[in-house]
Design a protein around this ligand. Structure first.
Ligand code: ATP
Ligand code: MG
Length: 271
């Protein structure tokens, strides 16, 4: 179980997170949305034990998180974070060593490391630049390396802070596939993104954060249908929700479903 209980956090005087209670274990994919500065990345850093709340707690396996070296090591074997800025988690100049780093620390055997690295590089489509020094990569390429570095750990919870920011459309589609694979393996994903259509498509449940507080929570269909609330949070509704609310078209979960429904309804009617 990974959750927060009335968690308060401040860097200086002003609180950034104001008593948030969130549960990430109830659903396979939990989406987090909110305007710039509402506290999403701060929350991820609390969940990974990098920052410690001043009040309330991060709950891990039903208990308040143990911040000792041993406790954090145990947490990080099961909870892996891809931070918003890939520079924050790249330590080596060569990609293979960087991705394998955490696995070597865990003492996993070299044949298994090679297998997992190969698989992760394929998932993020990084083979074409695999042998370039990391410092020479573009932002999107670095992001792919950071995602691969998290995937090899096969953690119970993968926390993705803006995973598609800076990725091209094919990188975005690969991210959706990666999330589906992780879920199929029985693991959990927590994802924050400004890509509202992505969050709508991949999430089973959504939290809307506004100035460090939870403004709404529920299924993506229910949460994103609340126009005034979404506006108050400084967000917009997903295009599939707008089509449903504005034109009365069926509410579909993704583009493929939508076109299939439209084809079945309108092309049949026309013929
Ligand atoms: N290291 C820091 N020291 C002081 N204040 C900080 C620090 N990091 C973030 N903040 C402040 O905390 C608030 C929340 O920032 P945070 O990065 O968590 O927001 P966010 O929701 O991730 O935003 P974005 O959508 O831009 O990524 C902001 O007001 C920010 O200025
Ligand atoms: Mg952020």
């Amino acid at each position: 179980m990974l959750a927060t209980e009335s968690l308060w956090f401040r860097y200086q005087d002003e609180p950034v997170l104001k008593g948030v209670s969130l549960d990430f274990s109830r659903h396979s994919v939990t989406g987090l949305v909110g305007a710039n500065g509402c506290g999403k990345s701060t929350l991820f850093m609390n969940l990974s034990g990098i920052l410690k709340p001043q009040k309330g707690a991060v709950l891990w396996q039903g208990k308040p998180l143990d911040y000792s070296k041993r406790g954090l090591l145990a947490l990080r074997q099961q909870v892996t974070t891809v931070f918003q800025d890939p520079e924050q988690q790249i330590f080596y100049t060569d990609i293979d060593s960087d991705i394998a780093f955490a696995l070597r620390n865990l003492g996993i055997d070299e044949a298994e490391i090679a297998r997992r690295v190969e698989e992760a590089l394929t998932l993020v489509d990084a083979h074409a630049f695999r042998h370039q020094p990391i410092q020479c990569l573009s932002h999107g390429q670095k992001k792919r390396v950071a995602i691969a570095g998290a995937l090899v750990l096969q953690a119970k919870y993968l926390l993705l802070d803006e995973p598609t920011a800076g990725l091209d459309p094919s990188g975005r589609m690969q991210m959706i596939e990666i999330i589906r694979r992780i879920v199929a393996q029985g693991n959990h994903v927590v994802i924050s993104s400004h890509d509202i259509d992505l969050i709508y498509e991949v999430s089973d449940a959504v939290y809307v954060l506004n100035h460090g507080e939870v403004l709404a929570e529920g299924t993506p269909e229910a949460v994103f249908s609340r126009h005034a609330c979404i506006q108050q949070a400084g967000l917009t509704q997903p295009w599939l929700v707008k089509l449903h609310l504005e034109l009365g078209l069926p509410l579909c979960k993704n583009e493929a479903d939508f076109f299939a429904r439209m084809r079945a309804t309108y092309i049949q009617e026309a013929s």
